[in-house]
Design a protein around this ligand. Structure first.
Ligand code: GUN
Length: 279
């Protein structure tokens, strides 16, 4: 069993990002990222702080717009409109989830496609489906980079993705399909999850339920990617896979923490640089 070390790979990507940003700065371009975070969801604020810190480390100018939980949709749209026009801002990220009274689709659609570093705008989602160059959502893009770094070729693999979210599962499905894998995508209405997971050469899980995937659900020699992040009552951070019992069966597995999480942030830096380059 080999660990897919997202932490180590993300450090290499960050070092390269720092160099790329130096080159851009020499041409008079400082990449700028604006992040909007609404309400007081503590996980969202933690993620935003991590993104801000990563930007600072590599030399991306970042600005965080914190808005109260009861902010009106019009005010959010007005702020996005201002950021769309601001020439110093190359990337705009709306931290999800948004409060219930806000129409998420409307907000994501308001972000200029050229500044959509999360790849959540319907225009960019469509381009991903068609396998055209676009901004790709950071978590699934990070998984693809991790596979590539360990020379894991998706072509011809039987893949099972557990979790069909717009942020992770669906873009992951499109990336792997575009890479010629056979993709099976499961969700809360899947009748017998184990029948699907057990067949997979590559099992990718991102639903947010600790110990969802146990050893009886995993094929011998499978590659397992754990995108879940769950805080147990004792404070320990774990994924969706019961790591201790599943890892001995795997050819490769991502740890939590230190697997996909750091790759997500590294991909946000890469997408921000991509946006700045097309300024
Ligand atoms: N909420 C959970 N994951 C993400 C992400 O990758 N991007 C944004 N914007 N919000 C999230």
């Amino acid at each position: 069993m080999q660990i897919l070390d997202g932490k180590a790979l993300s450090l290499k990507i960050k070092a390269k990002a720092k160099e790329d940003i130096k080159t851009l700065k020499a041409k008079g371009i400082t990449p700028g990222l604006a992040v909007v975070v609404i309400g007081d969801d503590s996980a969202s604020h933690t993620y935003v702080r991590m993104k801000e810190k990563a930007c600072e480390e590599v030399g991306i100018y970042s600005i965080i717009h914190k808005m109260p939980d009861d902010i009106s949709q019009d005010k959010i749209l007005e702020t996005i409109g201002m950021m769309n026009k601001n020439p110093n801002i190359d990337g705009i990220l709306i931290q999800l989830p948004l409060p219930k009274h806000i129409d998420t689709t409307k907000v994501l659609q308001a972000v200029c496609e050229k500044k959509d570093v999360d790849g959540f705008h319907p225009f960019n989602v469509g381009k991903l489906v068609l396998n055209l160059d676009t901004f790709t959502p950071c978590t699934p893009l990070g998984v693809m980079k991790l596979l590539k770094a360990y020379k894991i070729e998706p072509k011809g693999l039987d893949v099972c993705i557990v979790g069909a979210s717009n942020i992770v599962g669906k873009p992951m499905m499109n990336l792997l399909l575009n890479a010629n894998a056979s993709v099976d995508i499961c969700h809360i209405y899947t009748k017998e999850l184990k029948a699907h997971t057990k067949r997979a050469d590559l099992l990718i899980v991102g639903v947010g339920r600790a110990n969802l995937i146990t050893k009886d659900m995993v094929k011998d020699g499978a590659i397992v990617i754990d995108i879940g992040i769950n805080r147990l009552e004792n404070g320990k951070l774990v994924g969706d896979v019961a790591y201790d019992e599943v890892s001995p069966k795997c050819s490769f597995i991502t740890p939590v923490p230190g697997g996909v999480g750091p790759m997500t942030i590294a991909m946000l830096l890469e997408n921000s640089i991509k946006a700045a380059r097309s300024r």
